[in-house]
Design a protein around this ligand. Structure first.
Ligand SMILES: N[C@@H](CCC(=O)N[C@@H](CS)C(=O)NCC(=O)O)C(=O)O
Length: 206
């Protein structure tokens, strides 16, 4: 049994959806990564970065980092199609964009969500929030320019679509995607409407 430490609406939704798609047995341990000192202490023991997702594997191994978790689940459940397998024509693009999302896009929230962690003074905080928000929009436009249909990789659904759908509700939020990145918005809409994932989406509203 896998155990996922998760805070609804955050990046742990990525791993929760992928666990559901992979079809492996898992339990969700709800934690409040933002507000609860007790939960943060618990998380910090598992992940010194005090971040979700944290996934404890059936053998007790602790995994962090959503991309690593993605690749692990793709290994244990290859039939679920989270990642195109080695040799697949979409494999290189998949790997490139998986790392692009976690290495280029994800840090824009890390540094912009709570700028007071990194800089002091209202002006500096406002500037860091605004600059990371703008940079993120530019990165999403780059993604839109290389997005296929109906899925990011074209006919092949993959974990990249899960990232696109989860992150669709984060700043700059769904309305911006509909107006500026319609292909990404369509992918998010399709995956969010998948009845097989309804319970997970419901748990991750907000
Ligand atoms: N690189 C990590 C980023 C994870 C991350 O930033 N998680 C956020 C929630 S979306 C978090 O736990 N933030 C709490 C904090 O930084 O204190 C990944 O891909 O899993």
């Amino acid at each position: 049994m896998y155990t996922l430490y998760a805070t609804p609406g955050t990046g742990s939704a990525l791993s929760e959806i992928m666990l559901a798609i992979a079809g492996v047995p898992y339990a969700v341990k709800s934690v409040d990564v933002w507000e609860s000192p007790t939960d943060r202490e618990l998380l910090q023991r598992l992940n010194p970065l005090t971040q979700v997702p944290v996934l404890v594997l059936p053998d007790g191994t602790v995994m962090t980092e959503s991309a690593a978790i993605t690749l692990h689940l793709a290994d244990v459940a290859p039939e679920a199609g989270l990642a195109p397998p080695p040799g697949h024509p979409g494999r290189a693009v998949f790997l490139r964009r998986l790392v692009f999302i976690v290495a280029a896009l994800y840090p824009t929230w890390t540094f912009g969500d709570d700028p007071g962690r990194w800089v002091s003074g209202d002006a500096a905080k406002a500037e860091l929030r605004a600059s990371t928000d703008e940079h993120r929009k530019m990165l999403w436009r780059q993604m839109e320019a290389v997005t296929g249909t109906p899925w990011f990789l074209g006919e092949t659904r993959s974990a990249i679509d899960v990232y696109i759908a989860v992150m669709n509700s984060w700043r700059p939020r769904a309305e911006w995607f509909s107006a500026e990145c319609p292909k990404l918005a369509a992918i998010a809409g399709t995956l969010r409407a998948d009845p097989a994932l309804a319970k997970v989406w419901e748990r991750n509203q907000g």
